[in-house]
Design a protein around this ligand. Structure first.
Ligand SMILES: *Cc1c(COP(=O)(O)O)cnc(C)c1O
Length: 377
């Protein structure tokens, strides 16, 4: 498990000589991103999606910063995540579990002041029975499937649910919600189709607040803002809309330590299975992170890291704990043991690395792993 340091801006150091790398989370940039998204959706509210350790950045630190910026609604995916997070937040903050209410989990959920996102009629029934037995009101969010076929009350259960909802008073519905499947694609018809369906649902379940958009949805315009938006990737500096400039500030930087350098002759085989053969005399550096640290094996022979703006290509296979890079572009002696190279930072955005790895920024962020020294500014 990596170590953690918290700094006040603008101080950033590299205090841990043994660290394989430094994952730096800029909490000020995170707060500015939250402020920007809040302004964009106002008078609607911006909620924070902090599932999977706030996309790998550390839920506790991220939530403290967001709470200080005025955020009061926090979404995780799993009940166990909520249990961990709940004590870190004040009583006026709400913690929601997107994945729903598991059978047998009702009492624990009620006791812990954790709010389930109710995803089916069956979940609704269990939660309202729990409320009745406890003789006081419980909170819930109702999620509806508007066309993603993943989570949420399916269309055929809606009319029964509406009837049962009208007949009871034990559950306080904080809002109804749904999730957009293609919000990052601005010209997808699916966005409007889902919006139309959400408006229909809101007529069937009147007088309830609506929580609809994720990061991408916010940039689809006012129609999509409803009363609450759930912001995830944009908070963390990821690109909310494919093919547009990124309006968000980067939050994460990753620098990885050089652990060996060498010069190899023409014909030298580099890395597992000798997939790369040096076409010329080549200066190499081995850096201390691999696929176990969230740099996917699909970056083998494709990706790059940077040093003072110079692109240093990955050569050969990505190993579990290390990657070999071609540093011939740098003059001799520039990199040595103790140097660090940029994996994410001013020269390489999350999306660049994700593209080279054949994946999305979400998967890169959530995979970054626990072996880096983490520093929060
Ligand atoms: C993960 C998730 C979000 C956040 O999406 P971003 O694209 O990261 O903003 C919002 N809502 C639901 C239901 C999610 O699962």
């Amino acid at each position: 498990m990596g170590s953690v340091t918290i700094y006040s801006e603008p101080e950033v150091r590299r205090p841990n000589a043994g660290a394989n790398g430094y994952l730096t989370v800029n909490l000020s940039a995170l707060s500015r991103n939250y402020a920007k998204l809040s302004t964009l959706v106002a008078p609607a509210q911006a909620a924070a999606v902090v599932k999977a350790e706030a996309y790998g950045l550390g839920a506790k630190n991220v939530c403290s910063a967001l709470y200080a910026s005025g955020c009061r609604n926090f979404f995780v995916a799993q009940f166990e995540e909520a249990v961990k997070l709940r004590p870190c937040l004040s009583a006026d903050a709400k913690v929601f579990v997107l994945n729903g209410l598991q059978p047998g989990n009702e009492e624990a959920c009620a006791r812990s002041d954790i709010i389930p996102v109710v995803n089916s009629l069956e979940q609704w029934r269990r939660w309202s029975i729990t409320a009745k037995c406890r003789k006081f009101s419980l909170k819930a969010v109702l999620q509806f499937d508007t066309g993603m076929s993943r989570l949420g009350v399916p269309p055929e259960e809606r009319s029964t649910l509406a009837v049962e909802l009208a007949g009871q008073a034990g559950v306080d519905i904080i809002f109804i919600m749904s999730h957009l499947a293609s919000a990052d694609e601005h010209d997808s018809d699916q966005n409007n189709d889902q919006l139309v369906e959400m408006k229909r649902i809101s007529k069937e379940f009147p007088h309830l607040k609506i929580c609809f958009s994720n990061s991408g949805g916010i940039f689809l315009g006012k129609d999509y803002h409803a009363q609450v938006a759930r912001t995830g990737i944009a908070l963390y500096g990821g690109l909310p809309i494919i093919g547009k400039p990124n309006p968000m500030e980067p939050v994460v930087a990753l620098d990885v330590a050089v652990i060996q350098t060498r010069t190899v002759p023409v014909g030298a085989k580099i890395g597992y299975n000798g997939t790369h053969i040096a076409a010329r005399e080549t200066r190499l550096a081995t850096i201390a992170a691999g696929y176990a640290d969230g740099l996917p094996r699909s970056l083998s022979g494709r990706g790059a890291v940077y040093y003072e703006g110079r692109r240093l290509p990955i050569v050969g296979r990505v190993s579990m704990d290390s990657i070999t890079i071609d540093i011939t572009a740098l003059s001799e002696g520039t990199l040595s043991l103790g140097s660090v190279v940029e994996v994410l930072g001013p020269h390489q955005a999350l999306e660049d690395l994700a593209r080279d790895a054949g994946t999305i920024s979400y998967e890169i962020l959530t995979g970054l792993g626990n072996r880096y020294h983490r520093q929060y500014r």
